[in-house]
Design a protein around this ligand. Structure first.
Ligand code: ZN
Ligand code: FE
Ligand code: FE
Ligand code: ZN
Length: 261
């Protein structure tokens, strides 16, 4: 796995993860990874899903704590930011508040519903799944066009609990918007640990992304050290076999796998 970076990682500051950044780095080193980029759930305005993220006052602690992992292997620091209509301004302020390496824009909510929260998964049974798919990708398209992010997180997240969608027109329109905006895509192996049992995005959307020359950023979305680099040999082989381009981000610029910045 030499040359591979894991660029989607959380820390206990979000309240639902375990293990210090140094422990994540040791696990990565044992698995032969070359680097890590931490992407903790970013603070949002106080009214927005406050239980799932670090608090604004935790930012200095986050920067310092991730810094402790730098003696172990190469480490970058970023954020997984929520894209939600009406929050562009605070997200832009936070994006400018530190010299981040990588900013992921993720959609975890449709309106007030946290669609990937296991607590609220029954809601899938209350919705028209096609409308849900369209509503989700409309927000993803707005995220891609916002100019705030380097990559879109876990593209086909609505499949998390095992409800699989075809590569819908809405999903393809989102890929078009991502390509037009020059963004990368989080190639996120957490889906393999969920009922979806496949990477985000799945194979058809992966092929469609590669056809649009969208670069892919490998991420485990690890919330504990045991998940670092999850299924990376298989995931990297899949991208390579399909002719995709793997990158990671440092200083908000893409770096090719194997390249030394
Ligand atoms: Zn999380
Ligand atoms: Fe996420
Ligand atoms: Fe995440
Ligand atoms: Zn995530």
């Amino acid at each position: 796995m030499s040359g591979l970076w894991d660029s989607h990682l959380h820390t206990p500051l979000c309240g639902h993860a375990a293990g210090s950044p140094a422990e994540f780095a040791k696990a990565a080193q044992e698995r032969g990874l070359s680097g890590l980029v931490f992407t903790e759930h970013a603070p949002m305005p106080g009214w927005f899903d406050p239980g799932s993220r670090m608090r604004p006052g935790d930012l200095p602690r986050y920067l310092a704590w991730v810094g402790e992992a730098k003696g172990i292997l190469r480490v970058g620091i970023g954020l997984e930011m929520d894209y939600h209509p009406g929050t562009d301004r605070p997200v832009a302020q936070l994006a400018g508040a530190a010299s981040w390496d990588y900013l992921i824009g993720s959609v975890h909510h449709i309106g007030a519903w946290g669609l990937d929260d296991p607590q609220w998964k029954e809601e899938f049974g209350q919705r028209d799944l096609e409308e849900l798919d369209q509503a989700y990708y409309q927000v993803v398209i707005a995220a891609a066009r916002s100019g705030l992010f380097d990559a879109v997180g876990h593209l086909d997240l609505p499949k998390k609990f095992g409800q699989h969608y075809p590569a819908s027109k809405a999903a393809l329109a989102a890929l078009d918007a991502i390509a037009a905006a020059g963004l990368a895509l989080d190639y996120n192996t957490a889906g393999l640990r969920k009922p979806a049992k496949e990477v985000y995005p799945g194979r058809v959307l992966l092929q469609e992304a590669i056809a649009r020359e969208i670069p892919l950023v490998l991420g485990s979305d690890a919330h504990r050290p045991a998940e670092v680099g999850w299924a990376f040999p298989e995931a990297a082989a899949e991208v390579e076999q399909l002719g995709g381009r793997l990158v990671h981000f440092l200083g908000r610029q893409p770096v090719e796998v194997g390249e030394r910045p």
